[in-house]
Design a protein around this ligand. Structure first.
Ligand code: GLN
Length: 224
C-alpha cells in the first residue's frame, strides 16, 4: 500500500446526510475481505475495496479483515501504516482477527507494532495448533435489542487472545468458562478475535454500522 503522494495528510469525508448511503471501506490487501464486502452490502452499505491509501479519504468507516497481521504490516509499509494510524484515530474502524491485532496497543508472540486504537494487549496464535480453528458459542453482551447477553456463533481461525483490556475499553462479547473478551470497543474502534463475516448472524456488522451512525457524525472534514 504505497501512497501515491509524499504527504501524510488525510482529508476525511464528512458524515453522510440521512439520504446518503454510508460508504464503508474494506482493506483489501490480503485475507478474507470479500466476505466482509458481501455482509456489508447485505446490510445496505456501499462498499469499496481499499487497496490504496488515498481511498481512505473517501470512506465513512473501515473494516480490517482477518489474514496474517505480519503480512499486513509488510504490505502497508511505514507510510501506509502511518496513514492508517491517522485514519483509525478519526474514523470508525473494525478489525477482525488479524485486523484486531493491527488495532491493538500491544502485540505479543512475536511483538510487533500496533495502530494503538484500542487499549488491549493481544497475543497472536494464542490457542496453539490443537485449537487452530474452531466454531464456538460465545456471548454477545450488548445487542440492538438491549438484551443483557445472548448466544453468538464465533468462528476462530488461528485466533489471537485478548490478554488485557484497558479501563476505557468496553467488552462487547466473551467466550468460554472464563469469559475471555473476544470483541471489544473503544471510542470509534471495534475489534473481534473471531470472524463474524463467516457466520450467518449479522449483529456484529450491524453494531459496526450503528457505531458509524453515532460516532461518525461529529467528525467534520478536517486536515491533520
Ligand atoms: N494468526 C493470524 C495473525 O497472527 C491471524 C489469523 C486470522 O486473521 N484469521 O495475524
Amino acid at each position: 500500500m504505497r501512497p501515491q503522494r509524499a504527504s501524510f495528510t488525510i482529508e476525511l469525508r464528512g458524515h453522510p446526510t440521512t439520504n446518503e448511503k454510508m460508504t464503508i471501506g474494506v482493506l483489501a490487501l490480503q485475507g478474507d475481505f470479500d466476505a466482509h464486502r458481501r455482509r456489508l452490502e447485505e446490510l445496505g452499505a456501499e462498499v469499496v475495496l481499499v487497496k490504496k491509501p488515498e481511498q481512505l479519504d473517501a470512506i465513512d468507516g473501515l473494516i480490517i479483515p482477518g489474514g496474517e497481521s505480519g503480512t499486513f504490516l509488510n504490505l502497508l509499509g511505514e507510510e501506509g501504516f502511518e496513514k492508517l494510524k491517522q485514519f483509525v484515530r478519526l474514523k470508525p474502524t473494525f478489525g477482525t482477527c488479524a485486523g484486531a491485532i493491527l488495532l491493538a496497543t500491544e502485540v505479543e508472540n512475536p511483538r510487533q507494532p500496533g495502530l494503538g486504537a484500542i487499549d488491549i494487549r493481544i497475543r497472536r496464535n494464542a490457542y496453539g495448533r490443537q485449537l487452530d480453528s474452531s466454531i464456538r458459542e460465545g456471548q454477545l453482551l450488548q445487542s440492538s435489542l438491549n438484551e443483557k447477553s445472548s448466544p453468538l456463533e464465533m468462528v476462530f481461525i488461528r485466533a489471537p487472545k485478548i490478554e488485557h483490556v484497558g479501563d476505557a475499553v468496553e467488552v462487547i462479547a466473551t467466550e468460554g468458562r472464563n469469559s475471555v473478551p473476544v470483541a471489544v470497543r473503544q471510542g470509534r474502534a471495534m475489534a473481534a478475535t473471531f470472524h463474524p463475516e463467516l457466520s450467518d448472524d449479522t449483529r456484529i456488522h450491524q453494531a459496526f454500522l450503528d457505531l458509524i451512525e453515532t460516532c461518525g457524525s461529529d467528525t467534520p472534514v478536517r486536515r491533520l
